[in-house]
Design a protein around this ligand. Structure first.
Ligand code: COA
Length: 809
């Protein structure tokens, strides 16, 4: 780009009216929507010219195509070529607003203008329009060159102007060459890193709160894409001189690939957030942050006042957290292969081309279309972010973080309920009604009716002790400014590990516990550490190594080990880390299995080999966390779910108050009947999910036809079939249809078999069963009809079995 040297032009707007010149022209404002619209209108106007006029316009930007003619561009005969100003852009001067015709003769070569566009004689309209569009872009760039005051920026405009002029001459497409390179210039892009950021920092939140963060991320991305970068000299005049050359390079790239293509569509446009990464964001962040907040404060985007307040109250914290990740040397959001999904469900990334107009920014007087974010009343202050202190240098410091199971319960209950309720065939109302019925926890099903019972869940006692404040859980780590308390706890936990893991050298334990990259979840009872888990997180590889885990001997088998592990799981879910790895010795395998570990490792081998400590004779075990499970409350939730199912069954039983006559066929030697033939079973909503149903699926209409036809035929020939041969006539039994709502008879059954209406045994058996049930419902047991029904029922099931339609399980 060093060869770029803008020259002054005094000739006004070449080629005519590119932009409305009545207003002061600010190049950086060309990318504003209103100006973009004007540019589009201008292009449309030019494209609507008759072909001759189009060629006249292109001709003045083209070289002479006459054979042997060396003229490299149109020289307007109506303009005095000999400028007195040596620095003048003569080429521009030739392209005047003065009207030309194809017959006008070039001042340089004496050939008519038509010779300059001879090559376009057979050109398609699309190509002509493309060249015209480029000409409008050139015209706008000329204005930019003329009006721009910053030298660096002016140079870039001039370079692009010349590039487009060359492309018109050569009827080629513009390609930016040279030291700038081609986009993307950095990986991961800002867009990707911001997506990583919200997943990393807020992925554990319930969906609604995560959504807030997602919307803020989109706002940030939108603002950054709209941002006008500060010119390098202006930036260094403010005292930002450290990375001048780097910044200048990125600024030039930004002009060429992001800014100018916004109003010069002949150049390929790239979104700032897609092509730049950490370096650029770092260099512009402080100013960007101030501008974004100022823009919202001054209501630049015409956001309704309540929404604006909401944005202004959330955005500063969001931006500070992002800045922290921007400056932290070990932040995983800048890892190219960061891959993580938010706890609840995949959400689209804040794409750079998302238009905020349909999210945040409503034009004045356009109420309504505001994003879901702002219909949420929950304050952002309630976000469950881990309390990790950050030193001024950006280094993370895990001080003591008190963990409470209540925290995680609150954070997740809404996520669970939202998703759970939306699934299944039981309505939300019924679930709510049933949940309200459950008032006495002692009545709940499952283990742990009391924590002293032998049936109680392993962690119940520990959970209750935590609620009563008898025990506490803290994540502690050694660091430069660790408090006395933390150091005391570290020494105590080191002693617990040393006693419980006698095969581990004591100094080795001390070294790891006090290593600043390791953290320990400590269980404190009456002020003393009685157990803990020492772990090391590998954020880049997305797993945590469990290094030591122990509970002091006189406190074992009381559920502390389970509750410790559950807390550790929740701590990791909050940080979007979903994998544990550990080397377990033969004595520990049983414990880890009970905590959900297995020998099946889900983390890629290359991710952990060489990173975690390998012990001879030990077995590598892994545990994948499910971010939707609130682990410290898990056994309680299972208990509640069991109770809900029990109540639902009771509720259904009350609804089906009809008493069925019961089965008598077994007295007569029938041994097996299909479940669906049990009177009333289908009314309860019963669905087969066993072998039967699988067999039914493979039943086909054709394969059933022959046996069903034979069964009905034999029934119709039976001596007890006479009451069922025809439908009951209303004229003969006037009240029959008042009582029997689903009538059936052998004639109808036969017709349905012959017209191949049965595609499963269940359908056929249900209809046949109706014949017997209806009869016994309408007639008294001592009647002949009743007896015939029972005889026929037995006969029917024997026939089913004869034809292999009853499973002989
Ligand atoms: N093998 C098999 N099962 C074990 C076990 C072992 N070594 N240690 C505990 N369990 C079982 C318990 O019986 C209990 O099972 P249950 O729920 O079916 O009754 C379950 O694991 C958890 O019991 P809990 O009371 O929650 O654990 P704890 O407080 O006793 O702590 C240890 C478990 C492993 C931390 C503790 O026993 C200990 O410190 N052991 C010595 C150190 C050690 O081996 N650490 C592991 C490797 S670093």
């Amino acid at each position: 780009m060093s060869e770029i040297s803008p020259r002054k032009s005094t000739s006004g707007i070449p080629g005519g009216k590119a932009m409305d010149n009545s207003k002061p022209f600010i190049p950086s404002e060309l990318a504003r929507p209103a100006n973009l619209q004007k540019i589009q209108q201008r292009k449309l106007q030019v494209k609507n010219y008759p072909r001759t006029k189009k060629l006249e316009k292109i001709g003045v930007y083209s070289s002479c195509k006459d054979e042997n003619c060396k003229c490299n561009g149109w020289k307007n005969p109506n303009i005095n070529n000999m400028s007195s100003n040596p620095g003048e852009d003569r080429q521009n001067q030739q392209i005047s607003t003065a009207p030309v015709t194809l017959q006008d003769v070039c001042h340089a070569c004496n050939h008519p203008l038509s010779n300059h566009v001879k090559h376009l004689d057979t050109a398609k309209e699309d190509e002509i329009n493309r060249l015209l569009s480029m000409i409008v872009d050139v015209e706008n760039l000329v204005i930019c060159v003329q009006k721009e005051e910053d030298t660096d920026t002016k140079q870039v405009y001039f370079y692009l102007y010349r590039l487009l002029r060359k492309c018109i001459l050569q009827t080629s497409r513009p390609v930016i060459e040279g030291p700038l390179g081609s986009p993307p210039f950095s990986q991961p892009s800002i867009n990707k890193a911001v997506t990583n950021f919200i997943i990393y920092k807020f992925g554990h939140l319930p969906q609604k709160e995560f959504q807030i963060m997602h919307e803020l991320a989109k706002t940030f991305i939108y603002c950054l894409n709209q941002e006008t970068l500060e010119a390098p000299t202006a930036r260094s005049a403010r005292g930002q001189t450290d990375d001048f050359n780097e910044y200048k390079m990125n600024y030039t790239r930004w002009l060429c690939y992001c800014r100018v293509p916004k109003f010069c569509e002949s150049l390929v446009h790239h979104a700032t957030v897609d092509v730049f990464g950490r370096l650029l964001l770092k260099s512009i962040f402080p100013l960007l942050r101030r501008r974004i907040l100022d823009d919202f404060r001054s209501d630049k985007f015409h956001v309704p006042p309540d929404k604006r307040t909401l944005i202004l109250s959330h955005f500063p914290k969001f931006l500070s957290m992002l800045e922290e990740e921007l400056n932290a040397s070990n932040s995983p959001i800048w890892d190219v292969d960061f891959s993580q999904m938010p706890a609840h469900m995949p959400l689209p990334s804040p794409r750079s081309n998302d238009s905020l107009s349909d999210m945040f920014i409503t034009s004045p007087g356009t109420p309504g279309s505001f994003p879901s974010l702002f219909s949420i009343t929950s304050p952002i202050g309630s976000l469950q972010t881990p309390n990790i202190a950050v030193t001024p240098g950006g280094k993370r410091r895990a001080d003591s973080i008190i963990l409470s199971s209540e925290d995680s319960k609150r954070a997740r209950s809404s996520a669970l309920s939202d998703t759970e309720h939306s699934q299944g065939d039981i309505s939300l109302e019924v679930i709510n009604e049933v949940v309200n019925m459950i008032t006495d926890p002692a009545q709940m099903l499952g283990p742990e009716t009391t924590h002293l019972s032998s049936q109680s869940a392993r962690d119940e006692a520990a959970r209750q002790e935590e609620r009563q404040g008898l025990i506490e859980f803290h994540v502690v780590a050694n660091c430069a400014d660790a408090s006395r308390q933390i150091l005391t706890w570290l020494v105590e936990i080191q002693n617990v590990f040393a006693r419980q893991l006698p095969r581990m050298p004591r100094d080795y334990i001390a070294r790891l516990v006090f290593d600043t990259r390791h953290r320990t979840l400590a269980l404190v009872k009456e002020g003393r550490v009685i157990g803990g888990i020492c772990f090391r997180m590998f954020p880049t590889q997305r797993f945590t190594e469990i290094v030591f885990c122990a509970v002091t001997s006189n406190e074992q088998v009381k559920g502390y080990g389970t509750h410790l592990m559950n807390h550790l799981k929740e701590y990791h879910i909050k940080q979007s880390m979903y994998h544990f790895l550990t080397y377990a010795d033969e004595y520990a395998i049983g414990y880890f299995k009970k905590q959900g570990f297995s020998k099946e490792i889900k983390v890629q081998r290359s991710g952990y080999v060489g990173y975690i400590k390998d012990y001879e004779g030990a077995t590598l075990m892994g545990c994948e966390l499910n971010p939707r499970i609130p682990y410290t409350e898990f056994s309680n939730i299972i208990r509640k779910q069991k109770e809900i199912v029990k109540k639902l069954i009771e509720k259904k039983q009350q609804q089906i108050s009809q008493v069925m006559p019961g089965l008598t066929c077994f007295k007569d030697g029938v041994r097996l009947i299909p479940i669906e033939s049990i009177p009333g079973i289908m009314n309860t909503g019963w669905k087969s999910n066993n072998e039967n149903s699988r067999k039914e699926i493979v039943d086909s209409v054709d394969s059933l036809f022959t046996p069903l036809k034979a069964i009905v035929q034999s029934m119709r020939s039976h001596s007890s079939a006479w009451p069922f041969l025809e439908p009951v006539k209303k004229s003969e039994v006037p009240n029959y249809y008042d009582i029997i709502k689903s009538p059936m008879d052998l004639k109808t059954l036969n017709e349905q078999v012959r017209s191949k209406q049965y595609s499963s045994r269940a359908q056929f058996v249900t209809d046949a069963q109706k014949i017997f049930d209806n009869c016994r419902t309408f007639n008294p047991p001592e009647s002949d009809y009743f007896k015939c029904a029972t005889t026929m029922e037995n006969f029917f099931y024997n026939k089913l079995r004869d034809h292999g339609l009853v499973d002989s399980r």
